[in-house]
Design a protein around this ligand. Structure first.
Ligand SMILES: [Zn+2]
Length: 368
């Protein structure tokens, strides 16, 4: 059995010190890994991805779970591949079994720091199979994909995973080296678009320099969860690329319809989770300049979560125009923008997405 993980915390804001040493909040709306500065991280509500993809699957009448799982496995593999390749000597060291075992231990730390689950090794035979005990996985498919992807990076061979329920909220994950890549995985390769510098000023903790907003979350290393202090809602830290890879594949299959379906799913999700997102204030009471300021305020949470940098918000008659630099996913943010529109104007709307460059998007939300 592995020893317990005990996180040391910032005495001022309570955020684990490992978080401030491993990831960085930038002034351009992104969060990136310190050892891997091209790689973005986003903070997302734990149930969000499942609900969005279930909603899309329902509309399509077919499940897209296998697409999501493959994309997440790729994203996880890419995260660890770049770390192992970037730090000199790591690849060489990881040829040794005892170094692999140490690395597997650090996967358990990552699971706790990202709020994905609490995990421990039950059995590990390098390049063959591993069994782990997993408590509170935020999503079985996505956690399974992350674990398999991490082992793929470690061992450089493809892995598959299977779950076995042990008791309430506790599972055994069995992962096995499968040999042979698959074609779907190839199509779902993640892409890392360039980012634009910015001047967004976070209100930060004076000691650890993590944004104040992040201090509203509580890491529980025994449970493997991160929860908001106010509503107890669970969040996770995730790579910022999996959603884009899945949506790229959907757009190839469905063309423009995909855009409508994805932004629609996000709009519905936002409107039904307004309370827990802290956006419950009644925008509809406001007009003109006051409304513009309130919308700008609502969007100020995006950079702390790594979702992008909202650089301008304008109301022109009954249209809303928002510019976002470095959006982590253009359709999801389009859905967010249209949900804000609906709550502010009380009208149904359509969102027009214009990509001015890979890192600048203009949203025009117009009534229909
Ligand atoms: Zn702090």
């Amino acid at each position: 059995m592995d020893e317990e993980i005990n996180l040391k915390r910032c005495p001022s804001c309570g955020v684990p010190k490992k978080i401030s040493s491993l990831i960085r909040w930038n002034s351009n709306g992104t969060i990136t890994q310190v050892f891997n500065p091209d790689f973005r991280v986003v903070v997302l509500p734990a149930g969000f991805i499942r609900e969005i993809f279930d909603s899309i699957s329902n509309q399509l009448g077919v499940s897209i779970d296998h697409v999501v799982t493959e994309a997440q496995k790729n994203a996880s593999r890419a995260v660890f591949d770049t770390i192992f390749d970037r730090i000199p000597g790591v690849r060489y060291a990881l040829k040794l079994d005892f170094m692999k075992r140490l690395q597997v231990k650090s996967f358990h730390q990552v699971a706790v720091l990202t709020g994905h689950c609490h995990s421990e090794t039950v059995e590990y035979i390098p390049r063959v199979r591993a069994i782990g005990r997993v408590k509170n996985p935020f999503d079985l498919d996505l956690v399974g994909a992350n674990v398999a992807g991490a082992f793929e990076a470690l061992e450089q061979v493809p892995y598959s995973f299977q779950w076995e329920k042990e008791s309430e909220n506790t599972y055994l994950i069995h992962i096995e080296a499968t040999g042979g890549a698959n074609e779907l995985s190839e199509r779902l390769r993640i892409e890392i678009p360039p980012v634009k510098p910015g001047t967004f000023e976070h209100e930060k903790c004076p000691r650890c320099r993590v944004p104040r907003l992040i201090g509203n979350f509580v890491w529980d290393e025994r449970e493997g969860t991160i929860r908001g202090k106010r509503f107890g809602s669970r969040v996770v830290l995730l790579d910022g690329y999996m959603l884009t890879a899945v949506f790229r594949e959907l757009k190839k299959e469905l063309g423009e319809d995909a855009e409508e379906i994805i932004t629609g799913a996000q709009r519905e999700w936002m409107l039904s989770h307004y309370g827990e997102l802290g956006l419950a204030r009644n925008l509809r009471m406001l007009k003109g300049r006051e409304l513009e300021d309130a919308l700008r305020d609502s969007l100020k949470t995006l950079p702390a979560l790594g979702h992008g940098n909202p650089t301008s918000v304008r109301i022109i008659d009954d249209e809303l125009e928002i510019h976002i630099h470095n959006p982590y996913e253009i359709h999801i943010l389009g859905g967010t923008a249209s949900a804000l529109y609906e709550s502010a104007f009380g009208k149904s709307c359509k969102v027009k997405i214009e990509e001015k460059s890979p890192s600048i998007v203009r949203y025009r939300i117009v009534p229909v």
